[in-house]
Design a protein around this ligand. Structure first.
Ligand code: ADP
Ligand code: MG
Length: 415
């Protein structure tokens, strides 16, 4: 419905959990997808999602998550079975018509650099032939939602910080006021802190606007944080479909247990070790007035992709990473120009147990360690933490099963 974009519809009340189950919005009935050549990508999937739910598909690569999602807006059609939306078989709906009602966000939400923020936000509404006045209202509504000033609407993406651009990317997905939004690993390539805050944003907006979101991820922390219900997939089949709580408490099999393994590791670790006892002492730091070429040189020398920024007395001010450096090296000159002040850190005296929770939950690759004066005294890396946890739980016993640990022991930033 083109006339369906009414401002009132943005102020739907927050859904309470109790209301789920009232309205079945999306239903998979014995859905299979067999690609040419015989590959069974999706194998007899039966699921139903309620209006206003946040659904996550999770599973290893190739398990059929994207295919399942793409069948919802007919980017691909099932080979067997059917999908109903509001009780209607979508096979009977024109795919173009269907996609107008279903938003789709591909990996790594990016803004169009040659378009203003306003033009970026109303991209889809414009395609849907919403008139100019209405589009302007939408743009204002959207920028208000992410609490950025309206003047920004007429700026270009490169005039905004990376974090601000990402927030615009998220609301852009909501601008066409579609009730269902499909998101395929939208935050996959972001740094952990940005990812964390965008997860908060998308969850908050979804609840406030009453959207139904189907979200693909391979990150269990992300799924646990966002979803009302999680569909765990393996080899085209849904292995378990349940709330995060129930999945954590009653994983149906070993496969699911492994997927949630990290959390179990943490819970299994009663410990009074402090961060200071296990941190690495070789944090690589740089001061804000240093040039970008000095920063690059230091990164090369120390083989790190991030540097902590400290003032002359060693107090933590932020961080810079190689991606930002690369992106902004033509315009920026000094470290302070590209420094990200939002850096998550821990105190040397904190308990390792609490820190572990946060590092693993937030998907952080590393965390700077500071003393009581906020001076950098060391660093905890995700890789070293995992080693510690294994060590404490299994003692000398070697963790020989590579496949169980690859996800967390891959080389990470060694800052
Ligand atoms: P996921 O999103 O969970 O990584 P996909 O749904 O993309 O998984 O893919 C599921 C399986 O189907 C994989 O084995 C993949 O290689 C295969 N597949 C996906 N798209 C096609 C295609 N167009 N043709 C043939 N095989 C495909
Ligand atoms: Mg995929």
């Amino acid at each position: 419905m083109l006339s369906g974009i009414k401002q009132e519809s943005f102020v739907k009340k927050k859904k309470s959990k109790k209301e789920f189950g009232v309205e079945k919005l999306i239903e998979f009935q014995h859905v299979s997808k067999i690609y040419k050549g015989g590959k069974i990508a999706v194998d007899d999937v039966n699921l139903s999602f309620d209006k206003g739910e946040f659904i996550c598909f999770i599973g290893t690569s190739g398990s059929g998550k994207t295919t399942s999602m793409r069948m919802i807006n007919r980017m691909t059609d099932p080979s067997k079975g059917k999908i109903l939306i509001n009780g209607e078989d979508i096979q009977t709906i024109n795919p173009v018509e269907l996609r107008r009602k279903i938003g789709y966000v591909i990996q790594n939400i990016g803004l169009m650099p040659h378009m203003t923020i306003r033009e970026n936000i109303v991209l889809v509404p414009k395609l849907l032939k919403i008139d100019l006045e209405e589009r302007n209202k939408i743009a204002e509504k959207m920028i208000d939602l992410v609490e950025l000033p309206r003047e920004m609407l007429d700026r270009y993406p490169n005039e905004l910080s990376g974090g601000q651009q990402q927030r615009i990317g998220v609301v852009r997905a909501l601008a066409a006021n579609q009730d269902i939004i499909l998101m395929d690993e939208p935050f996959g390539a972001l740094d952990p802190i940005t990812r964390d805050s965008l997860q908060d944003l998308v969850k908050d907006l979804q609840e406030r606007l009453g959207k139904t979101i189907v979200f693909v991820t391979h990150d269990m922390d992300e799924a646990l944080k966002l979803a009302n219900r999680i569909a765990i997939m393996s080899e085209g089949k849904v292995i378990q479909f349940d709330t995060p709580d129930n999945i954590l408490r009653h994983p149906v099999n070993e496969f699911v247990e492994e997927l949630i393994g990290e959390d179990r590791l943490i819970q299994a670790k009663p410990d009074i070790t402090t961060v200071g006892e296990v941190m690495l002492n070789n944090a690589i730091t740089i001061t804000p007035e240093k040039s970008l070429s000095e920063a690059i040189k230091l990164m090369r020398e120390k083989r790190v992709d991030t540097l902590l920024v400290v003032d002359g007395t060693g107090v933590l001010k932020g961080f810079i990473d190689v991606e930002t450096l690369d992106r902004r090296r033509t315009k920026a000159t000094s470290v302070s120009d590209i420094m990200n002040p939002k850096v998550f850190f821990v105190k040397k005296s904190s308990l390792l147990r609490d820190t572990l929770q946060r590092i693993l939950k937030r998907g952080l690759k590393y965390v700077p360690v500071v003393d009581d004066q906020q001076k950098v005294v060391g660093i905890l890396t995700r890789a070293s933490l995992v080693d510690i946890v294994y060590d404490v739980i299994w003692g000398e016993e070697d963790s020989t099963n590579e496949t169980e640990t690859t996800d967390v022991t891959q080389p990470q930033a060694e800052v």
